[in-house]
Design a binder for this molecule. Structure first.
Ligand SMILES: NC(=O)c1ccc[n+]([C@@H]2O[C@H](COP(=O)([O-])OP(=O)(O)OC[C@H]3O[C@@H](n4cnc5c(N)ncnc54)[C@H](O)[C@@H]3O)[C@@H](O)[C@H]2O)c1
Length: 261
């Protein structure tokens, strides 16, 4: 398949909600799903800067999640897929992390995914079918220094993924996608925090060089995988996590002799 080529995955007419879809990875996922003919609703606290059915939802707030799901079901009559993508990140070791930051990260990254699943699952069960995707991270397996609360939240998403998968199979599938660095406003913010605005490009290039593929990812990389996982072509994939990291987690950063011995 050539990059950018459209493949018919049989998703036309399906109804999906993507949280945090106004920018970054969520926007990339929505663009690909829209091209596949999916009716997508973006649940975000920030307005999107492109054409998409948008409903303002803070995923950490139960009443807003309930209202959002009601909007989708009353407008489209069903809800085939939920992509729990909304997430926030803060830097700090445990002793540097305020209780407020800890609660905010857990409320958005973990409770938000729980609430979205809780209130969409009854509709999926009624339909007899549905897929829930949780956007976790390579930080669900290994962690960067000084990102304790975020890394904990991403580990927790794997437990949520497995629990949903086991409790609701065979009707509902649940899969975690674990991306490495993806170029988004969040990644640019992280680069800016580390080296300042002027050196964002240099920093992102430097991160890219650590990846065996020689680059960081782009939101569409996650979009293509999501489209496949929402399709019936992946109907035997359930309760697992798929890393999409250009090979980074396969790498042990210890040098070896350059000649054969
Ligand atoms: N960019 C990366 O390198 C990377 C790597 C691994 C995992 N991830 C994960 O991918 C997801 C998306 O990351 P991104 O880089 O696109 O981030 P981003 O900050 O660029 O975009 C996140 C979107 O989520 C929305 N959002 C934040 N809080 C929300 C809330 N309470 N309710 C609804 N929407 C909310 C924001 O408004 C924004 O539109 C996150 O879960 C992140 O942890 C990102």
């Amino acid at each position: 398949m050539k990059s950018g080529e459209i493949v018919d995955l049989g998703l036309k007419g399906r109804v999906a909600v993507v949280t945090g879809g106004s920018q970054g990875i969520g926007k990339g996922i929505i663009k690909i799903l829209q091209r596949e003919g999916v009716n997508v609703v973006d649940f975000d606290i920030r307005n999107p800067d492109y054409e998409v059915d948008y409903f303002k939802v803070n995923v950490a707030k139960k009443e807003e999640v309930i209202k959002g799901i009601e909007y989708v079901v009353s407008k489209y009559g069903r809800i085939d897929a939920v992509v729990n993508n909304a997430g926030i990140e803060r830097y700090g070791t445990i002793d540097e992390t305020s209780e407020e930051d800890w609660d905010n990260i857990m409320n958005v990254n973990v409770k938000g995914a729980f609430l979205m699943a809780k209130y969409s699952i009854p509709h999926m069960r009624k339909q007899g079918k549905g897929v829930i995707i949780n956007i976790a991270s390579i930080q669900s397996f290994a962690v960067q220094k000084r990102v304790a609360a975020y890394a904990t939240s991403k580990h927790a998403l794997l437990g949520l993924t497995r629990s949903i998968a086991i409790d609701y199979a065979p009707q509902i599938r649940c899969i975690a996608i674990c991306p490495g660095s993806i170029r988004t406003p969040l990644l640019e913010w992280a680069a800016e925090e580390e080296v300042g605005k002027e050196y964002i490009e240099d920093k992102i290039k430097e991160w890219g060089q650590i990846y065996p593929m020689g680059r960081v990812g782009i939101p569409e990389d996650i979009g293509y995988l999501t489209a496949f996982l929402l399709s019936d072509l992946s109907s035997f994939i359930n309760g697992t996590c798929i890393t999409i990291d250009g090979g980074l987690l396969s790498l042990i950063p210890i040098s070896s002799p350059s000649k054969k011995i």
